[in-house]
Ligand binder design. Structure first.
Ligand code: ADP
Ligand code: MG
Length: 272
């Protein structure tokens, strides 16, 4: 757990994300089985596992889009869900979490800047958010975020006209404008060509260096090794590995992925 000294007093900082004993079933089939994980503030953590291993379910539970039957999720020290119940402060807690999807999840008919400004809606008063009235400062902030992700020149283009990589950049800019302290990214590069995928990984790495705690689910083992100091691997909804990615050797991968390991390693080479 991180600690800071303030006026000579040691203050403990709660972890960014704490998951304990999280179990979730879909129609009797187990998707998560007593999952436990802790992401310290500022960590960059990969979530790996073959298709159906529970990665998306876990990420959705961490930001309270879904509830599990048992277990708890705490965000920055506050409980978001516990034993199947979403806590009342979920909106406030969720405002700290940016979510990035494989399919970008932008409003395609809106421009890039309008999509980025959507990151402000949760923090705005009701009347302003319902009319989508943004202040000049908010617009400048959105433009700065688009500049930060390298697509300022696309600010007034409709999202539907942007490439996949550009759309993912808009989604990341939206997290910046939201002021997210935690980014959960569910296979953010799975729909991108290798070069765009690399750029998105560089960007996530860059934001993490600014202190944003980052949890990313992904398949490409080489990218996991290159960008992430630590990985958590799921298999059939259970955590089978939690440790330094340098220990995620081929033997460990074989155990985690079973027969699918070869396919993952070969696929990963395309990005190496
Ligand atoms: P991953 O993201 O690793 O591919 P998921 O979290 O999507 O895995 O899925 C884990 C398991 O839960 C799978 O068996 C999947 O079929 C099941 N599952 C996930 N979401 C649903 C849902 N909404 N309804 C029914 N089954 C689901
Ligand atoms: Mg998934």
């Amino acid at each position: 757990m991180g600690e800071i000294f303030y006026l000579g007093v040691c203050v403990s900082l709660a972890p960014a994300v704490e998951v304990e004993g999280l179990s979730k079933t879909f129609r009797g089939k187990c998707a998560l089985n007593r999952v436990k994980l802790t992401a310290k503030r500022g960590e960059m953590l990969a979530l790996v596992g073959s298709s159906g291993s529970g990665k998306s379910t876990l990420l959705r539970n961490i930001n309270g889009l879904q509830t599990a039957e048992s277990g708890t999720v705490r965000i920055l020290g506050a409980t978001l869900q516990g034993d199947g119940r979403i806590y009342a402060n979920v909106r406030e807690l969720r405002s700290h979490i940016g979510f990035i999807f494989q399919q970008f999840n932008l409003v395609r008919r809106l421009t890039a800047i309008e999509n980025v400004l959507a990151g402000r809606l949760a923090a705005m008063g009701n009347w302003r958010s319902s009319l989508r009235i943004f202040t000049p400062e908010e617009k400048l902030q959105a433009l700065a975020a688009l500049d930060r992700v390298g697509i300022l020149d696309q600010a007034y283009k409709r999202a539907s006209l942007l490439s996949g990589g550009q759309q993912q950049r808009v989604a990341i800019a939206r997290c910046l404008v939201q002021g997210a302290q935690i980014i959960l990214a569910d296979e953010p590069i799975a729909s991108l060509d290798p070069e765009s995928a690399r750029k998105i990984m560089e960007l996530l790495d860059d934001l993490n260096r600014d202190g944003i705690t980052t949890l990313v689910s992904l398949h490409q083992v080489q990218l996991v090794r290159r960008y992430f100091p630590r990985a958590i691997a799921l298999r059939d909804g259970e955590v089978k590995f939690d440790g330094a990615t340098r220990d995620l050797d081929d033997a460990a991968l074989g155990f985690i992925y079973d027969q699918a390991a070869d396919e993952l390693i070969v696929r990963g080479h395309a990005f190496a």
